[in-house]
Design a protein around this ligand. Structure first.
Ligand SMILES: [Zn+2]
Ligand SMILES: [Zn+2]
Length: 472
């Protein structure tokens, strides 16, 4: 930064010009930052400029979803602020950390597979496309937006009507809360589940357009997970909104198997799956047959184990196949989606809650933040890392989130797992090579995990007495 003092070898006009240039540069940088922030916010609502978001090759498409994490956090902070002002219950730490943890696990899976789920789409487009659509054509951009949303409707509907797909998608419905964090609660294999439903687009749409719009479609679905937006008036007719999506997440009988739309709600209106929110009936969120837990691995896998068990219990092959491909409410001798009268109407139930002491919640929050930091580091460095190193990092993230979940559940032996995790991390920091990380940071990490491990060691041998109260 220059100052306006007189230099014997310079002159005033040169100095002044430099200062003005610096100020202009700073103003331009601030303007750029502000503009990129506005554009980032716009992307959360599918408000984007087609010229800015059209690419020739699918490799050029930015990772919009990954770039949106700061906005996810910002929107969640704002939501909590509004809830607090309205004197409504704010996010529960255990539930929201579980939800965000699922989002991190899903995104870590994407880093590991490096976008391989799009390979089939690219292969079909390159070998079997039926028409040649110019990627520059603005009409192609709008066609892609509509096509992706139409396919999403059917993917989502299939996820609710086919037992094995529901076994994955139920993760998204497993929270008893309805807030923005739930928007991030996804199955780790969600991206792989429904790719076949998008394949018809590959006969027509270039991969870059498909990948761009699939990301915007998913981003849009984040903000509709909120109770803070009551209604959007006439927009409710066309768009999927928080009002419509609240119904989709309900366990009440009238809510089941309704409002599958992604961005547009017109698909539900067209195909007879639309349901209007009933203001006088409180919506009960979560699964009909709830299996509450804060352990992400349990939530990701328990339903698949149940499907396998059900498959085995059937007496003939037609029933076994039906147990996998028919709806979750199907019973032998009943229609594909089961009978309405057999379905349970959930009207009221107490939320699953485990009360932990304040220090424990602070401990878990701090360690969760360390995991988030690690995830951000992985996201920015994974391209230059070996697949094995990425795998180790992903295992660290999944292992850490699982242990945090077990502690939130107050499971027996959870403190032993946490002690082991801390010790493994101390050893990893000591023994492994981290060329890009400063020594002081490594030392701080080592001390942090060592102190945490020591604490849990004392806890395990009952030197420290900690009272825990449990409520179901
Ligand atoms: Zn759903
Ligand atoms: Zn949802």
């Amino acid at each position: 930064m220059n100052d306006l003092t007189w230099h014997p070898n310079g002159n005033w006009s040169e100095e002044f010009t430099t200062v003005v240039k610096d100020l202009e540069l700073q103003a331009a940088t601030s303007e750029d930052l502000l503009w990129s922030f506005v554009k980032g916010c716009g992307r959360m609502f599918y408000m984007v400029d087609p010229n800015d978001t059209t690419f020739e090759s699918h490799e050029e498409v930015p990772k919009y979803f990954r770039q949106a994490w700061p906005y996810f956090v910002l929107f969640m902070v704002l939501e909590n602020l509004i809830l607090w002002i309205e004197r409504e219950p704010v996010h529960r730490l255990n539930d929201s950390i579980t939800s965000i943890g699922h989002g991190i696990i899903q995104e870590s899976g994407r880093l590991l597979f490096r976008g391989a789920e799009s390979c089939v789409y690219v292969y079909v487009y390159e070998n079997f496309r039926m028409v040649e659509i110019s990627w520059r054509e603005p009409s192609a951009w709008y066609l892609a937006a509509l096509g992706v949303d139409f396919c999403y409707y059917w993917v989502h509907r299939a996820c609710h009507e086919v037992q094995i797909l529901w076994a994955q998608h139920q993760v998204h419905h497993s929270s008893e809360e309805f807030n923005l964090a739930v928007g991030l609660r996804q199955s780790v294999v969600q991206g792989w589940c429904g790719f076949i439903f998008y394949l018809p687009l590959a006969f027509v749409l270039p991969p870059a357009l498909f990948i761009t719009h699939q990301q915007f479609n998913l981003l849009y679905q984040f903000w509709i997970h909120t109770k803070t937006v009551k209604t959007l008036g006439p927009l409710e007719f066309l768009f999927n909104t928080p009002k419509h999506h609240r119904v989709h997440h309900g366990s009440n009988l009238y809510c089941l198997d309704t409002n599958y739309g992604g961005v547009l709600i017109i698909w539900d209106r067209l195909f007879g799956t639309f349901a209007e929110e009933r203001e006088k009936e409180e919506i009960i969120y979560g699964l009909v047959y709830n299996q509450p837990s804060f352990n992400p691995i349990h939530l990701q896998t328990f339903y698949t184990a149940y499907v396998v068990e059900r498959f085995r219990s059937m007496d003939c092959w037609s029933h076994r196949l039906a147990a996998i491909f028919y709806g979750p409410s199907w019973q032998p001798g009943k229609p594909r989606l089961g009978l309405e009268e057999d379905k349970i109407n959930v009207v009221a139930r107490e939320k699953y809650e485990v009360k932990l002491p304040l220090w424990c919640n602070i401990y878990l929050l701090v360690h969760f933040c360390v995991v988030v930091y690690g995830f951000q580091e992985l996201a920015s460095r994974h391209v230059n890392m070996s697949p094995f190193a990425v795998l180790c990092f992903v295992l660290y993230i999944i292992g850490s989130l699982t242990t945090i979940g077990m502690l939130f559940d107050n499971k027996p032996h959870a403190c032993v797992f946490e002690l082991l995790r801390c010790m493994v991390l101390v050893t990893a920091v000591q023994r492994l090579d981290f060329p890009d990380i400063q020594q002081s940071t490594l030392l701080a990490a080592e001390c942090f995990f060592l102190a945490s491990g020591l604490f849990w060691f004392l806890q395990c041998v009952n030197v420290l007495q900690i009272t825990k109260t449990k409520q179901h």
